[in-house]
Design a binder for this molecule. Structure first.
Ligand code: HEM
Length: 406
């Protein structure tokens, strides 16, 4: 609370890792050095165009279409082993690519491996940013890139940007419009606001990287926990069946799903996907709880440890959604013992979109399929080891066989 509320303004800078190019410093969103005018305009524009309730409402047809494509694809994969992270990643990536550029960038079948390579590219950027780097510890080595992390980040960015370069060029030249129904997409808004190509590249990169892996990983942890905890899964299934019509799931339906929502919260408590938040930087020297934080110090907030603190949580290592039932405790940045999306000025702006994606995908998968582990493995023995990075991955990806419910 001392950092995220009392001193939020003075601690609202970010320390940009050397792996990310300083030359793009003025264009970053997630890694914006401070809450500059450009950062403010990005927050305002993304809220109104992508994340507000009105924007989410306007996206519902597109989101349903992408969800249906995912389910249709899984129907064709019945009886076969599916890596759930890859299917969810492609679905989210295409949802975002349509919102931004009115085009699918990936194919669920992924016969040429592009989706797989994009997923590892997005992850690689996070990994490079989190890797201990001599250039971050010894400023005289700044930019020397002895570990090749910068070079690799630029390679990943260029790989991603090839998806939209041609679209941006054609749109600027006025020889193409956003889509069949000519509704304006996010790129149209950026061009109206006179964004340069570099600004567009960096914003798209930030949105694809912050908005896909976080949701994919949370889905994987949630599904693993539900598989391991059969009684909880049965309760969720009963609630969903009694409250939802699987043929047309509306965003507003989820407000009634107390137990299902509690499961999502409990997943984010036990497996906060950004375990140390994104590092803050002190803009000025200031005090937090009688400690002096010098100007430019980096601040890491250990949400993972807070979420498992026995002084705050009863039986903290157990997956117990009940703890959130009948409780007002929420992740919207007011309860400082539970901040998987951060809090204050730099809090995640994509929260409504991320939560909505998890709700719709998870509920559909629960309602439509029985989930079976390959070789009939015992679900209570699922490997729950974590792989640490800017995001907290599941070390062993979850593989499942989906069987259509009778
Ligand atoms: C389960 C889903 C998600 C989780 C848990 C999550 C978590 C976070 C966290 C912890 C931060 C840093 C907050 C801080 O420093 O206080 C963050 C920042 C951010 N997130 Fe998310 N996020 C999720 C989904 C999304 C989605 C779907 C998008 C966009 C499509 C998104 C876009 C961003 C952006 C742009 C920032 C940087 C904000 C800033 O620095 O001003 N996130 N997120």
């Amino acid at each position: 609370m001392g950092i995220l509320k009392t001193q939020d303004r003075l601690l609202s800078g970010r320390a940009i890792p050397d792996a990310l190019h300083q030359s793009f410093m003025d264009f970053y969103f997630v890694w914006a050095n401070e809450c500059s005018d450009h950062w403010k305009s990005l927050r305002t524009l993304t809220r109104s165009e992508l994340f507000s309730a009105k924007a989410l409402e306007a996206q519902s047809n597109l989101r349903n279409e992408k969800l249906t494509q995912m389910l249709d694809y899984l129907d064709t994969m019945q009886g076969k082993v599916v890596k759930i992270e890859e299917v969810v990643f492609t679905t989210l990536f295409n949802t975002l690519s349509n919102l931004l550029f009115s085009k699918d960038f990936l194919d669920l079948k992924d016969e040429d491996g592009t989706a797989h390579s994009m997923k590892s590219g997005v992850l690689k950027i996070f990994e490079n940013a989190a890797t201990p780097n001599v250039s971050d510890f010894f400023p005289m080595m700044e930019g020397m890139d002895l570990q090749g992390l910068r070079k690799d980040c630029l390679k990943q960015l260029n790989k991603l940007a090839t998806f939209w370069e041609k679209i941006v060029k054609e749109r600027r030249a006025g020889i193409a419009s956003s889509g069949v129904n000519k509704e304006k997409d996010f790129l149209d808004r950026l061009l109206e606001n006179e964004f340069t190509n570099t600004q567009i590249d960096m914003l798209a990169l930030d949105l694809f990287s912050a908005g896909t892996d976080t949701v994919v990983t949370t889905m994987e942890w949630a599904m693993s926990e539900l598989l391991r905890n059969k009684e909880i899964m049965v309760k969720v299934q009963e609630e969903l069946k009694s409250e939802l019509n699987s043929n047309s799931i509306e965003k507003s339906d989820f407000s009634k799903m107390t137990y299902f929502n509690a499961c999502i919260k409990e997943t984010l408590r036990l497996h906060p996907v950004v375990p140390l938040l994104i590092p803050r930087r002190a803009l000025e020297t200031c005090d937090v709880m009688n400690y002096t934080i010098p100007k430019n110090a980096r601040i890491w907030i250990n949400v993972w440890a807070i979420s498992r603190d026995p002084q705050i949580w009863e039986d903290p290592h157990t997956f117990k959604p009940e703890r959130f039932v009948g409780s007002n405790l929420d992740f919207r940045g007011h309860d400082f013992e539970f901040t998987p999306f951060g809090a204050g000025r730099r809090m995640c702006p994509g929260l409504p979109s991320g939560v909505n994606s998890i709700q719709t995908m998870l509920s559909s998968l629960i309602l439509r399929y029985d989930w079976v582990l390959p070789n009939n493995e015992d679900p209570t023995k699922i490997d729950m080891n974590e792989k640490f990075g800017v995001t907290l991955q599941k070390e062993k990806p979850l593989e499942l066989i989906f069987k259509h419910k009778e």
